[in-house]
Design a protein around this ligand. Structure first.
Ligand code: NI
Length: 227
């Protein structure tokens, strides 16, 4: 399931993040890539342990925690610290699947990358190319979102970033381990949650249908969730 989420960042958060990134140091993005991905990767990143990455990562994590659509679509158990990348003109990232297991910095705790996320930080009119292309069972999706908007997609998906032909594309990217590892189960829970929200907007919260559907949602989640 691929979900786009609008306005994850407030305008002042976006402006602050872009301001810090303008003053920070970028390094070759291959440092965090596995062997296969490193051969097709050509971009820049902010070092994961730099003060800038840590400060900006916290802003993004708190924005995610207040976003009910992200919570519903991802059902996150753990989210890795957000990272930051940049594709200047001519840079690209060929087809790859993200590594399945990553370590949480500091703790060494391992995390399974069930869901990949890209948070766009550059307005689309400021660059050409740089589309995130995600291949899933329903075909190929080409994604370029307004700054501050997020896309989440299954970590199992083959994906790439097309060459930037004008300007520079900045983004944050990160992985989540979900309480529900199976993408189809997550998809069903997300659809059910959206339907319940729609029903709740028309019926009272103590209406029999609302109570029953909400109970059903939580019993499905209880059945499938690993915490
Ligand atoms: Ni990737």
């Amino acid at each position: 399931m691929l979900v786009t989420i609008a306005d994850v960042l407030k305008p002042d958060e976006l402006a602050h993040i872009r301001g810090v990134l303008e003053r920070t140091t970028w390094v070759d993005g291959r440092v965090t890539a596995g062997d296969q991905a490193a051969k097709v990767k050509n971009n820049l990143q902010v070092p994961i342990d730099s003060p800038a990455a840590q400060e900006l990562g916290q802003i993004i994590l708190s924005a995610l925690s207040r976003n009910s659509q992200f919570m519903s679509a991802v059902l996150p158990l753990r989210v890795l610290p957000p990272m930051f990348n940049r594709y200047d003109t001519g840079m690209t990232f060929g087809a790859h699947v993200d590594g399945s297991i990553r370590s949480l910095p500091g703790s060494g705790q391992r995390l399974r990358t069930d869901v990949s996320s890209t948070l766009f930080l550059t307005p689309p009119e400021d660059y050409d190319g740089g589309e995130l292309v995600v291949h899933d069972t329903y075909g190929t999706h080409s994604i370029k979102l307004p700054a501050g908007h997020l896309v989440v997609y299954p970590g199992t998906s083959m994906h790439s970033v097309t060459p930037v032909t004008r300007g520079s594309r900045w983004a944050s990217f990160f992985w989540s381990q979900s309480m529900v590892r199976d993408d189809w189960q997550r998809h069903m829970l997300y659809e059910l949650d959206n339907s319940i929200r729609s029903v709740r907007s028309r019926l009272a919260d103590d209406d029999h249908a609302v109570v029953g559907l909400t109970a059903h949602y939580h019993n499905m989640l209880r059945h499938w969730a690993e915490t």
